[in-house]
Ligand binder design. Structure first.
Ligand code: PGA
Length: 254
């Protein structure tokens, strides 16, 4: 059974005190996760250490970085390397969120380097892909997402790509309150899985968890997560409220 994952993406939100409170509230809920379930908190770099302390002892809870730099080390003031994250016992890293692509000009090529840095340092990349509204309106979304996957991931070996999580996040659904329909979501997730399967074999395609992101809330999580090829969600806004996120975790498939 594929890993079922509820991943919070806090983006650039919350004070240190609010972060501490939110993590404590989710931990205090005492959610009993199943063996194949993972709960991930992608917090700002500054809070990784406290997140690890607060959730470190909770089974299947992990802290994640929202980004890392594509170079191994050196004179890159203000950047954080995958090796640094690994040295702080971080095990997941978001790669290629649409906000990184748009505001920080992260190309498919740069993202392919980031993927390599993560894998070299035992970090599981959560690779984000997804189309804009213009691309969807032109019915080009499948080709667009396939190119994102191809350009950033297809240099990997079969073993390497198995150590990866994919998040499909249509840009038009992020932070807009406009969720993709379950038909649109299932169709794209099945497409992503078939693209991976065609390149690496069905056994590999079947192993990779594919998360949906874009206005996931407590009220729609169950319906979305129940789609055959959806293995959980990457959650922005709703992950900033303890009760919402707790319900989203509870909506994961067994
Ligand atoms: P949202 O963000 O849940 O606020 O739409 C999702 C994301 O950007 O990962």
């Amino acid at each position: 059974m594929r890993k079922q994952i509820a991943a919070a993406n806090w983006k650039m939100n919350l004070s240190f005190q609010q972060a501490d409170q939110l993590l404590n509230s989710v931990v205090d809920a005492g959610i009993a996760t199943k063996e194949n379930q993972q709960v991930i908190f992608a917090v700002p770099f500054l809070y990784l250490s406290i997140a690890n302390q607060l959730i470190g002892t909770v089974k299947n809870f992990n802290a994640a970085s929202q980004n890392c730099y594509q170079k191994k080390e050196g004179a890159f003031t203000g950047e954080i390397s995958a090796a640094m994250l690994h040295s702080m016992n971080i095990s997941y890293c978001l790669v290629g969120h649409s906000e990184r692509r748009e505001y920080f000009n992260e190309s498919n090529e740069i993202l392919s380097e980031k993927i390599d840095r993560c894998l070299e340092n035992d970090l599981t990349p959560i690779f984000c892909c997804g189309e804009s509204l213009t691309i969807r309106a032109a019915d080009q979304q499948k080709t667009f997402v396939e190119t994102q996957l191809r350009d950033s991931l297809f240099h990997l070996s079969k073993e390497q790509i198995t150590n990866l999580v994919i998040a499909y996040e249509p840009i038009w659904a992020i932070g807009t309150g406009k969720t993709a329909t379950t038909i649109q979501v299932q169709e794209m997730h099945a497409h992503i899985r078939s693209v991976i399967s065609n390149q690496y074999g069905t056994d590999t395609g079947d192993k990779i968890s594919i998360l949906y992101g874009g206005s996931v809330k407590a009220s729609n999580a169950k319906e979305l997560f129940n789609c055959d090829d959806v293995d959980g969600g990457l959650v922005g806004g709703a992950s900033l409220q303890a009760e919402e996120f707790i319900q989203i975790i509870k909506a994961l498939k067994c």
